[in-house]
Design a protein around this ligand. Structure first.
Ligand code: 5GP
Length: 304
């Protein structure tokens, strides 16, 4: 490299280091949050934030000495030399969830909303989580729809009549509620959710889009996850393959799915349901509240 270029390169490196030092100072002083810095890095790959090592960012956080930074990086499956801009999608998802949880206050439960189009497999994913992660409270909704064969009151839903549902609304006992598929009313009972969160337990709601929007408004800390089908064709296949609804009902659900798919941009996280286990694990990663009783994410060792 010619002398002048070398000098220019070293000046640029010094300037970049200075810019990163300014960012670090801003995080240390509380002027900027670590989460906001990370989001900035992912939105602007040429900025000073993107060039910052994840270890440097974590090292600016209160109570995080070098040993705890190393432990956190290991738990997140992120190499100590990685820069923010160089993280893969899953690493970003985990780091975002981790920073968010820290900022929300460690020790409190996390509320995650799982929404998505009809028949995308929300029930299968949440069922998997129910079975493999009993520490997570899977909220049981109240509904005015009739039980399907095999469905039990108090297990799959609380089946109530219209008057019963009205009473829940009047008593302010629903965190959110919506009319789904222009047919029945569904709502999330508030007391169990609040009790679980207060006790530090994470809660998963599997609800429709209108309900998800209400939760966002009522509880801004909630993480909204949108479950995507591998493709539209696959979604149609799953939708029509279930065969439990009349043709009119199927057409109605297809239209609902079309509208709901368009809403994915409003969500914090997108998870593709091509493999139930993996999709469920991604959702579980978002439910993790790190700190004292932290549980490492399942895929920590296999991070990209
Ligand atoms: P299904 O009748 O097939 O059990 O559920 C139909 C839809 O209702 C699903 O898309 C499900 O996400 C939604 N749903 C279930 N419980 C609730 C709830 O408590 N609130 C809202 N807003 N939607 C719900």
């Amino acid at each position: 490299m010619p002398e002048v270029d070398r000098a220019a390169a070293s000046r640029a490196a010094v300037a970049a280091r200075r810019a990163r030092a300014v960012v670090k100072d801003a995080v240390r002083s509380g002027e900027r949050s670590a989460l906001e810095v990370a989001e900035q890095a992912w939105g602007a790959p040429d900025g000073p934030e993107a060039g910052m090592r994840v270890a440097e960012l974590l090292g600016t956080l209160r109570g995080l000495g070098p040993r705890r930074v190393d432990a956190a990086l290991e738990m997140l499956g992120i190499s100590p030399v990685k820069r923010l801009g160089g993280l893969g999608h899953r690493q970003r998802t985990r780091l975002r969830a981790w920073l968010r949880a820290r900022e929300a206050g460690a020790g409190r439960g996390r509320l995650v909303v799982l929404a998505g189009p009809t028949a995308v497999g929300k029930g299968t994913v949440s069922g998997y989580i129910r079975q493999h992660h009993p520490d997570v409270l899977l909220s049981i909704s109240a509904t005015t729809r009739a039980p399907r064969p095999g469905e039990q009151n108090g297990v799959h839903y609380y089946f109530v009549d219209d008057a019963g549902f009205d009473a829940l609304i009047e008593r302010g006992e629903l965190l959110e509620w919506a009319v789904v598929h222009n047919a029945s009313r569904y709502g999330t009972p508030k007391p169990p959710v609040e009790a679980a969160l207060a006790a530090g337990r994470s809660v998963l709601l599997e609800i429709d889009l209108a309900g998800a929007r209400q939760v966002r408004a009522a509880m801004p800390d909630a993480v909204l996850v949108f479950l995507l089908p591998p493709s539209w064709e696959e979604l149609v296949r799953r939708l029509l393959g279930r065969g439990t609804e009349s043709p009119e009902e199927q057409a109605r659900r297809l239209e609902t799915a079309r509208v709901e798919l368009a809403a994915q941009d409003e969500f914090d996280e997108l998870v593709v349901n091509d493999d139930v286990r993996r999709a469920a694990q991604e959702v579980v990663d978002l439910l993790i509240v790190p700190s004292g009783g932290a549980r490492p994410p399942g895929r920590a060792g296999s991070a990209r």
